[in-house]
Design a protein around this ligand. Sequence first.
Ligand SMILES: *Cc1c(COP(=O)(O)O)cnc(C)c1O
Length: 368
Amino acid sequence: MNTRPDPPPPTLRLAIDTDALAANWRALNDLSSPARAGAAVKADCYGLGADNCVPVLRDAGCRDFFVAHWSEVAPALRHVAPGRLSVLHGPVNAAEADYARALGVRPVINSLHQARVWTEGGGGPCDLMVDTGINRLGVAPSQLGEDDIRALDVHVLLSHLSSADEDAPANAQQLAIFGEAKRRIAHRETSLSNSAGIALGSAYHCDLTRPGIALYGGVPSPALAQHIRQVAYLQASIIHIAEIGAGDTVGYNREFAASGPMRVGTVSLGYADGFLRSWGGGFLLHEGRRLRLLGKVSMDMVVVDLADAPQIGIGDWLDVPYHLPDAARHTGLSQYELLTLLGHRFGRSVKADCLANAADAKPNAAQH
Ligand SMILES: *Cc1c(COP(=O)(O)O)cnc(C)c1O
């Protein structure tokens, strides 16, 4: 047998502040009261890792979890009972319906087609998504009287707001259409609001809210800012240091040219990690001091000006400024994109393991 040694520790790390994650869920649950808050844990908890996040949300008191794809069911079921998990994309074919039934998770039925697939396979408890205006997934209100829909055993009747993060007339329109749908179809509970919807007020809370982005530190609506803490902390380490002189350029297409001698550091972070070129002109941080980015972001590297960090050495960690509202303003990316695009080269761990001694943790011996 070929026994390879374990790889050395990654030069990129993503630390999850699990206290902040739990506090965010509790704050959103309180804001939703007397309704309760569930949690959208799709896309591997918005990129932060189901194994890192789902147990924390469960232990904070969350009882209702939502994934999108069938591939996301098994990772979630490592931490929560099947009866607490709903699958937003629903069963498009018999294989998906059989899988749901075998595991005991609830599919969200989104169309007459899905209703038939579910019933023909044997039916059972499900949720039902009504499309009140987003025109994405969901049964049209005009279809609620169809036999295929009436045959369903609906636990949670859902709808989804298109514009909860803005003060738009669409919100009240969708609320009214959802109110009508509630009267027309038998169900046990109702759920309308994502994170931003929670800030729209109690009329939007129904029985259950479904926050996602705000759990993970996103602020989709200014009213939530005071309640939400940053959850994801990113660090990348320096893998090379060089002195360059007047006229030397840095990176692809030579976009930065030095006007005099300077010390520059190459950092193991690039667009393949989700640090896109829209970060250009920005900075990384060392012990709170800003080190400006020089030239273009490469696939695996960026270069920073070390003028304000004369003591820094190879293996030292830099912080990536990942306060989501600020990062979204700087990059033009949405807070959702900023989380879900983070790549697989980050070592993901909970904060206590990783950043408690960030200031003196060095991945390599060589320094200064
Ligand atoms: C993703 C999603 C949510 C969570 O939305 P956030 O804006 O991240 O809070 C809630 N409901 C549905 C149907 C979703 O697809």
